[in-house]
Design a binder for this molecule. Structure first.
Ligand SMILES: Nc1ncnc2c1ncn2[C@@H]1O[C@H](COP(=O)(O)OP(=O)(O)O)[C@@H](O)[C@H]1O
Ligand SMILES: [Mg+2]
Length: 401
């Protein structure tokens, strides 16, 4: 067999080439990944798992969801992407929790972990807990739940509104058929006629005037705003206790965005549900959320009530985000932007991830990762400016090797 000729690449100034690997190294990573992935997949495929293995108790009974030290990794051929790396926060009953952060910081992967929809086999929840309090009063440990049990919760109790409705609606089925299917699969209704009636009611609820006609349309016949409304109708049709809205208005224009947000809020109040609202738009968060979680590179850098985060932000990244928001003091000036880039997700440093972009970085920031400093029950930040807590993390990679 012909041997591959390997050219030695010259190092180019300023370019991080740490992700370029030799063939041999790539094979070694791939072999290792296969071994780890197989173990996780075997665990997930178990049948007839006794319920007591995935039943647990809430830390605070007022919460619907509790994330605790969640780690979700992607085992790719170029290395392990620690997309969510030790995230802990709660979603209280009847409240809206906003999750913010720039693209790629792990917002979607956090929510997909809760739905058990992380792209397997490369993506795996490797450590931590996600506790969910179901309507029957039982508390489930989502990370341990078998796939067949998850089907009872997903879509019925926890619903998700995705960013781009065109990719989530099936183009070859009419809107009505897709809405009916949700109701029939989850046994909310007994007959097709009943399903049709409920679907049309749902379309009316989300503010579609011509609902009988829309019911018979294909997704491509609708505008973006209409499609997003259909997605919301579908998500809410089984009266979920928790809605995950993953950038639900990013693909829409501003007037439609305002209407959709209003609609979500109204519906939440009507059903007394909770919403986990994911966005990179701080304006939307200010309007919608009760609590805010600020993520950066797979970790939470600050969390608190919306008032604390907007009026008393502590972490330099949160302060930067606030400054880079259009409007307010920046009218007429150039918009502020946080210099630099998020570190390469494959080789995360073991010091603060933000220090190279931070104006207030101290020597310790380049050496260690800060732990959470708590200001009160809700408000906390991971920054050495406010305390000398050091993140004591057990090496997750070691434990799964
Ligand atoms: N299927 C995948 N395979 C490999 N890496 C992924 C995959 N999905 C997401 N990631 C990585 O996980 C990180 C977080 O992604 P994501 O949660 O989608 O970000 P966002 O905050 O924009 O929603 C990113 O670095 C992304 O590259
Ligand atoms: Mg996303």
């Amino acid at each position: 067999m012909a041997r591959l000729k390997v050219f030695k690449r010259k190092k180019i100034e300023g370019i991080d080439d740490s992700v370029y690997l030799s063939l041999r190294e790539e094979r070694r990573i791939s072999r290792n990944n296969n071994r780890i992935i197989k173990r996780f997949e075997r665990e997930k495929a178990r049948k007839n798992v006794p319920e007591k293995e995935y039943l647990t108790v809430m830390r605070d009974p007022g919460n619907v969801v509790e994330f605790e030290d969640l780690h979700t990794y992607f085992f790719t051929d170029v290395g392990t992407v620690k997309a969510v790396n030790g995230v802990s926060f709660d979603v209280p009953q009847g409240k809206i929790v906003g999750v913010v952060g720039e693209s790629g910081c792990g917002k979607s992967v956090t929510s997909l972990s809760l739905m058990q929809l992380v792209q397997a086999p490369t993506g795996q929840i490797v450590a931590g807990s996600i506790r969910y309090k179901a309507s029957d009063g039982k508390v489930y440990e989502i990370t341990q739940m078998p796939k067949d049990q998850m089907l009872k919760i997903r879509g019925k109790e926890i619903a998700m509104i995705f960013q781009e409705p065109m990719t989530s609606l099936n183009p070859v089925f009419k809107v009505g058929e897709q809405l009916d299917e949700v109701l029939l699969v989850h046994e909310e209704v007994k007959s097709d006629a009943e399903a049709k009636k409920r679907s049309i009611d749902m379309l009316k609820l989300v503010g579609i005037a011509d609902c009988e006609k829309i019911y018979g349309n294909y997704p491509h016949e609708l505008s973006g705003g209409m499609r997003q409304r259909v997605m919301i109708a579908m998500a809410l049709s089984c009266n979920p206790r928790l809605v995950i809205a993953d950038e639900p208005t990013t693909a829409l224009d501003v007037t439609i965005q305002a209407q959709i947000l209003e609609l979500l809020r109204e519906i939440k109040d009507k059903y007394e549900g909770s919403i986990m609202f994911i966005t990179h738009d701080l304006g939307v968060i200010a309007e919608m959320a009760d609590y805010v979680v600020v993520m950066y590179a797979g970790r939470i850098v600050e969390q608190g009530t919306v008032r604390e985060i907007f009026h008393h932000p502590k972490h330099p990244y949160t302060i930067g985000l606030m400054k880079s928001k259009p409007g307010g003091e920046t009218v007429g000036d150039r918009l502020y932007s946080i210099r630099g880039q998020v570190p390469n997700p494959i080789n995360m440093p073991d010091h603060c991830y933000f220090c190279n972009r931070c104006d207030q970085a101290m020597p310790i920031c380049h050496e260690l990762y800060p732990g959470m400093t708590h200001f009160n029950e809700h408000h906390a930040t991971a920054c050495f400016l406010f305390g000398d807590e050091i993140l004591q993390e057990e090496e997750v990679m070691e434990s799964i090797r």
